[in-house]
Design a binder for this molecule. Sequence first.
Ligand SMILES: Nc1nc2c(ncn2[C@@H]2O[C@H](COP(=O)(O)OP(=O)(O)O)[C@@H](O)[C@H]2O)c(=O)[nH]1
Ligand SMILES: [Mg+2]
Length: 320
Amino acid sequence: MGLFDFFKKKETAPEAQEALSKGLEKTKEGFLSKLTKAVAGKTTVDDDVLDNLEEVLVTSDVGVSTTLKIIERIQQRAARDKYLSTSELNHLLRDEIQLLLAENNSNDFRKFEYGDHKPYVIMVVGVNGVGKTTTIGKLAHKLKAEGLKVVLGAADTFRAAAVEQIKLWGQRVDVRVVAQAMGSDPASVAFDTIQSAVANGEDVVIIDTAGRLHNKIGLMNELGKIKKVMEKVIPGAPHEILLVLDGSTGQNAFEQCKQFTEATDVNALAITKLDGTAKGGVVIGISDQFKIPVKYIGVGEGVNDLQLFDKKAFVDGLFK
Ligand SMILES: Nc1nc2c(ncn2[C@@H]2O[C@H](COP(=O)(O)OP(=O)(O)O)[C@@H](O)[C@H]2O)c(=O)[nH]1
Ligand SMILES: [Mg+2]
């Protein structure tokens, strides 16, 4: 079975939906209680309600420009229907957010075309501490469970602990890890990993990287160099440049997304740590502003706490 089939056949199972609502609990509580306050004492959606709603969205880390877009849509509905009741607002808001995500996240993960890449190469980028290595471990576990042969490359050679950490994940989920000594050239680790994956007939290569955001030029050069050696082994690789963002950092995640998308060709996002935060609204704002599909969300530290992002399930989870 190829990657394509794997992602195509997945639907959000009831257990996954439950894990998702649990992971989103804090965001949901914050959001719904603010929403309740926003309409308290009001029966119809008037300008006051819209003002309050704007504040709810901004303080839920949806981001200003996305908030304005949503408010504008609700405003249009309210203008058409003067007596739009506040009790309908929840549904309306849910529908509008879902529509917005659908427009922006048109590459729904389950329908994403992978072609026949073997191995399929994923380069994982993002600043230190956002959850790259953990996401890699969880993803490897998921792919392996589907019968795919996965190999990890420890190209975060900056800290000894980083190399050890990915090796540990390799043991934990029982996948091969290619590593060199701390301080060695990340590009050389990437090269070794991909070359051995080709030799071994492995299906997916996932390369960890260091999250040093010293400056944009430095970052560009570093990631550019790793990318170049990948391409040398497999033209067209990396097929996926996955940017990992820590959802609990709210507006910082927007800033990091901006910097990394300027430095390299990010074509997929993973947003982590949604379980411990009330800032889950970042998922909505980031997918709207950057037009890069959110593919995964992290809702915990455990091996099963990674989910394929399902827009509908996500938004439903916020309103349930
Ligand atoms: N609660 C929670 N913690 C996470 C999640 N993803 C990663 N972490 C934790 O965040 C910390 C940093 O993760 P790590 O993978 O080392 O980040 P890296 O530096 O980007 O590789 C670790 O303690 C992880 O257990 C998540 O989805 N939820
Ligand atoms: Mg790491």
